[in-house]
Ligand binder design. Structure first.
Ligand SMILES: C[S@@+](CC[C@H](N)C(=O)[O-])C[C@H]1O[C@@H](n2cnc3c(N)ncnc32)[C@H](O)[C@@H]1O
Length: 280
């Protein structure tokens, strides 16, 4: 594993990846709502709980945790200054006072020991360069009997909103290879065996890995979704390297591939995540 992985993650999330997430925050919230609702339900946040949100990004899950723990507190931590700025802005706009956001690497940050009742993460725990160390650090922050609830992606081949555009793009351009299954990337916890081994190693028990699959809203219509796909840092790099004709062919292939998924409510494509819960 590359020695500078943590630095590369910090760079990406402070750079174009973070900016993309801020720009598309409202869309992502709607796309992820089925997973968000299930994760928050599983976390069973009580009114006086102290909650830690790992890799909180623009902070929606932290704010929802803070509302549930209205006599307690929610702390969101993330590597990305740009996403944390958005989270603080949203907290102020919504007048939520019992929350705080801190720029920190959850793998190594010295959280006060056994100080949280709940640790949450919505797609923020797949990017550690040393996952055993990171989950041990997170476990140490939870009080005994405290609850862990996170969602992470299943294999990319099971996620229709990736396979449909990837197949269309691959007709005309070469996609970058996906990172290996145990490298820090969105799919590093796609294996339930790996999740269980990591959590057991960190001292968790009562581990449950639940299948979350189903259609999810991606955008209003085909052109809106194409605009979204084209705005991702990966597509931006691909399009910058492609000629005008290839870019036009890719757009037309995406249009053809997405049309069958248009519904009255918008473009709906399948998603596949794991809902993971455990106790300290
Ligand atoms: C896919 S985004 C998810 C953001 C947010 N939870 C959401 O659902 O919109 C992953 C987030 O994890 C953060 N992250 C990655 N590695 C981290 C680490 N070691 N410590 C803290 N945050 C991390 C990134 O900066 C990024 O904001």
């Amino acid at each position: 594993m590359a020695a500078n992985t943590a630095q590369a993650q910090a760079q990406a999330w402070n750079g174009e990846q973070g900016q993309h997430f801020v720009a598309e925050n409202a869309r992502h919230e709607r796309m992820l709502e089925p997973h968000t609702a299930r994760m928050l339900e599983a976390a069973q946040i009580q009114r006086a709980d102290s909650v830690l949100d790992v890799g909180c990004g623009c902070g929606e899950t932290t704010l929802r945790a803070a509302r549930a723990a209205w006599r307690g507190h929610a702390l969101g931590v993330d590597l990305s200054a740009v996403m944390l700025a958005e989270a603080r802005h949203l907290a102020a706009r919504e007048g939520i006072g019992n929350t705080r956001f801190e720029q920190a690497d959850a793998q190594t940050h010295p959280f006060p020991a056994a100080s949280f009742d709940v640790v949450l993460s919505r797609f923020g725990v797949m990017f550690f360069d040393d996952p055993p160390a990171a989950f041990a650090n997170i476990a140490a922050a939870l009080r005994r009997g405290g609850r862990l609830a996170f969602v992470c992606w299943q294999e990319p081949g099971k996620i229709e909103y990736l396979t449909v555009p990837f197949t269309a793009i691959a007709e005309h351009a070469t996609l970058p290879a996906l990172p290996g299954a145990d490298e820090p990337c969105p799919f590093s916890l796609a294996s339930p065996q790996r999740i269980r081994a990591l959590l057991e190693g960190a001292g968790f028990d009562g581990i449950s890995v639940e299948n979350l699959t189903g259609p999810t809203w991606i955008g209003r219509d085909v052109e809106d979704v194409i605009g979204y796909y084209r705005s991702t840092p990966m597509a931006q790099a691909l399009l910058a390297a492609a000629g005008e004709q290839t870019a036009a062919s890719v757009t037309q292939a995406l249009r053809n591939a997405l049309r069958p998924y248009q519904r009255d409510s918008g473009v709906m494509l399948g998603s596949a995540a794991w809902l993971v819960t455990a106790r300290r």
